[in-house]
Write a protein that binds this ligand. Structure first.
Ligand SMILES: [Zn+2]
Length: 259
């Protein structure tokens, strides 16, 4: 369907929600931007949208059921899906100029302009139950679960292309950054989302497929978004019993073996 996967964004600073405060900004036609007054629910989600707008609730509900099974976690309540008509609507109501973001307080709230979400909702669930490690792992975790079962995509894709194919191509081109440049959040954020996110998604998908969920969960629980490389390396070593450098080397070898 050519739907672009959004530039998934996660706010670093907590407490910036400011939901519903439009700061005097007008809508496109000069009126006030419509509030998200339409509320509906499915078994695992509550949806908030403006009149005349909405979410593909059947798709989203089945995605969240799949996601909970894939991560073997149960959230503390229903996920809260805040749907905006477009970026102008998002910025008017939240002050965030982006396509989507998840609330880092772990309250299961996420905000997006898309009628189906397989990125911010992952952040929302992971923040609620598993933790908030450095960007390589936080964004990689979201992209590693960007499947679309309705389209038969059971492995993650970025803009419609399998993430392992993207990473293998970048590797062949010799432009894959070193782990040192990607490991800390500040380093990771030096790259555009369109470049770094599918690489992170491929690495996390490989890590989960090769080593399972238990060490991943231990690592997430012991980690913070602002951790320095020494702390990340130590937490990874403790969780996995091997270094992140050797896991990264294993991933590179996996990419080299891709057709
Ligand atoms: Zn994201």
């Amino acid at each position: 369907m050519g739907r672009r996967i959004r530039n998934g964004m996660i706010l670093v600073a907590a407490g910036l929600l400011g939901f519903g405060v439009a700061c005097g900004g007008g809508g496109q036609d000069g009126g006030a931007p419509p509030a998200l007054t339409q509320r509906s629910e499915t078994a695992h989600l509550v949806y908030h949208a403006a009149p005349g707008d909405g979410v593909d609730e059947v798709w989203e509900e089945s995605y969240i059921v799949w996601l909970q099974g894939a991560l073997q976690v149960t959230p503390s309540g229903k996920l809260q899906y805040y749907k905006y008509r477009d970026r102008a609507h998002m910025v008017a109501l939240t002050g965030k100029e982006t396509n989507g973001w998840a609330d880092t307080r772990g309250n299961l709230e996420f905000h997006t302009i898309w009628p189906k979400d397989n990125h911010e909702s992952v952040h929302a669930l992971v923040l609620n139950r598993l933790g908030f490690p450095a960007a390589l792992f936080t964004e990689g975790m979201a992209v590693a679960h960007s499947v679309d079962l309705a389209q038969g995509w059971t492995s993650p894709r970025w803009n419609g292309e399998p993430v392992h194919s993207i990473a293998a191509r970048v590797r062949r081109q010799g432009s894959l950054p070193s782990l040192d440049r990607m490991l800390e959040s500040n380093g990771f954020r030096q790259y555009s989302d369109q470049f770094s996110y599918p690489l992170a998604g491929s690495f996390l998908r490989f890590l989960i497929d090769a080593r399972g969920l238990d060490p991943l969960k231990s690592f997430f629980a012991a980690s913070g978004y602002g951790d320095g490389s020494a702390a990340i390396r130590q937490a990874f070593q403790q969780a996995y019993g091997t270094s992140v450098d050797s896991a990264w080397a294993d991933w590179l070898a996996f990419l080299d073996a891709q057709p």
